[in-house]
Design a binder for this molecule. Structure first.
Ligand code: ZN
Ligand code: ZN
Ligand code: ZN
Length: 386
């Protein structure tokens, strides 16, 4: 199709728009309505503030994309590669009516509209849109965008690589005992990990989980005032957003478990199993293997070790502009992996009331179909006497 070719020739973002439109045609979606969430920055480079005023990119199957945007936000909207026209609205306008007017241009001639709306749009927005088009068919925008977003282009992979390398530098400080643990609270350690993520080049810290002793048995433990003792496992799971020049940020996410003094026999035994499971799962993640098969590889090894009942979550999640996105490594996801996929491999073993262990790398599938772990710091249970 001529329009697709001319769009594709212009810039990487035009190419993305062209691919999204191709998929809209396949799914017979009349318009994609993007508000909050990662689809908008992925397509346009612009991230809307998560406030109540409506920002909405209207992408119809044909014609110029249009962004309905609060007038006061217009100066923040960079329009480097001329992707869309803007319809600014002031506080006395009705932005839903403006979206309606844009969608109405040239669509809906034959039957009810099929509209795909941001997964992360406010309910107030979605409900207002649904009142506007009471007979429309509604789909999550991710149905259109997610399979395309799951295959990263070289620049996205470069950003993920830089993010992972920065997270690795923080993890190596942790393993080298440069971050004091014993006698400090989890919150203090979390704060230091967060500051180091920024010092190593992240624009934003997304989380810095520090779970010590029995708290480590809660996978998403909120760091608190517990003082870290000796001979305890400390699960440190942290990540942030890292942006290449002038681009939207991509996420890092790493977990290393350290132990403050020689580990007990039971902790050591569990960790051997965990590390074997994680490494085997990474090695198994080849193009054509399904997402659930990778989960199975990790789970089988932990099952055989006798700790299957203590591995209480899926093996991993995709990563990109969002911390968690497709593909999810979980039973039931029979999607085959393919070159350009980026995801975490992070099995864990959690003994309630006692300790917890998790090991996480970000892995990408290369052009040759083989897996590459972007995180390369020591995978063992490092003893930190600090
Ligand atoms: Zn998690
Ligand atoms: Zn993590
Ligand atoms: Zn993760």
């Amino acid at each position: 199709m001529v329009t697709v070719l001319s769009e594709a020739a212009r810039s990487p973002r035009h190419r993305r728009i062209a691919r999204v439109r191709e998929r809209m045609r396949e799914l017979e979606v009349d318009a994609l309505l993007l508000s909050h969430g990662a689809d908008l920055p992925w397509l346009t480079g612009y991230r809307a503030m998560p406030l109540e005023r409506l920002t909405m990119l209207v992408l119809r199957a044909e014609g110029e994309p249009v962004m309905v945007v609060p007038a006061l936000e217009v100066p923040r909207v960079a329009q480097a590669d001329d992707l869309f026209t803007m319809v600014p609205w002031s506080d006395t306008d009705d932005p839903i009516a403006l979206v309606d007017a844009v969608v109405g241009r040239g669509s809906g001639a034959g039957g009810p509209l099929h509209l795909a709306v941001s997964d992360r749009a406010w309910a107030t927005t979605v409900l207002a849109l649904q009142r506007r088009w009471s007979d429309a068919r509604w789909t999550e925008a991710s149905t259109v965008t997610s399979p395309i977003r799951a295959v990263k282009d070289p620049r996205e992979l470069q950003a993920l690589r830089m993010a992972a390398a920065a997270a690795d530098r923080v993890a190596s400080l942790l393993q080298a005992g440069k971050i004091g643990l014993v006698g400090r609270t989890e919150s203090e350690v979390s704060g230091e990990l967060a500051a180091l993520l920024v010092a190593e080049g992240h624009q934003q810290v997304n989380f810095a989980i520090v779970g010590s002793g029995p708290n480590a048995a809660s996978p998403h433990h909120q760091p608190d005032s517990r003082v870290i003792g000796t001979g305890e496992t400390v699960v440190c799971d942290f990540g942030g957003t890292f942006a290449l020049d002038g681009d939207v940020g991509y996420c890092s996410d790493i977990t290393r478990t350290v132990v403050t003094g020689p580990p007990s026999g039971q902790i050591d035994e569990c960790y051997q199993v965990l590390e074997a499971a994680q490494q085997a799962a990474v090695a198994s993640a080849r193009s054509g293997v399904t997402a659930e098969q990778v989960d199975r590889v990790a789970r089988d090894i932990i099952d055989e070790g006798g700790f299957g009942h203590l591995f209480v979550h899926r093996t991993g999640h995709g990563i990109g502009i969002e911390e968690h996105e497709d593909p999810y490594l979980v039973a039931g996801n029979s999607t085959p992996l393919q070159p350009g996929n980026a995801f975490s491999v992070e099995p864990g073993i959690y003994r309630s009331g006692a300790f917890g262990l998790r090991l996480e790398d970000i892995v990408v599938i290369g052009e040759d179909g083989s897996p590459e772990a972007l995180n390369t710091v020591d995978h063992g249970l490092v003893v930190v006497e600090a």
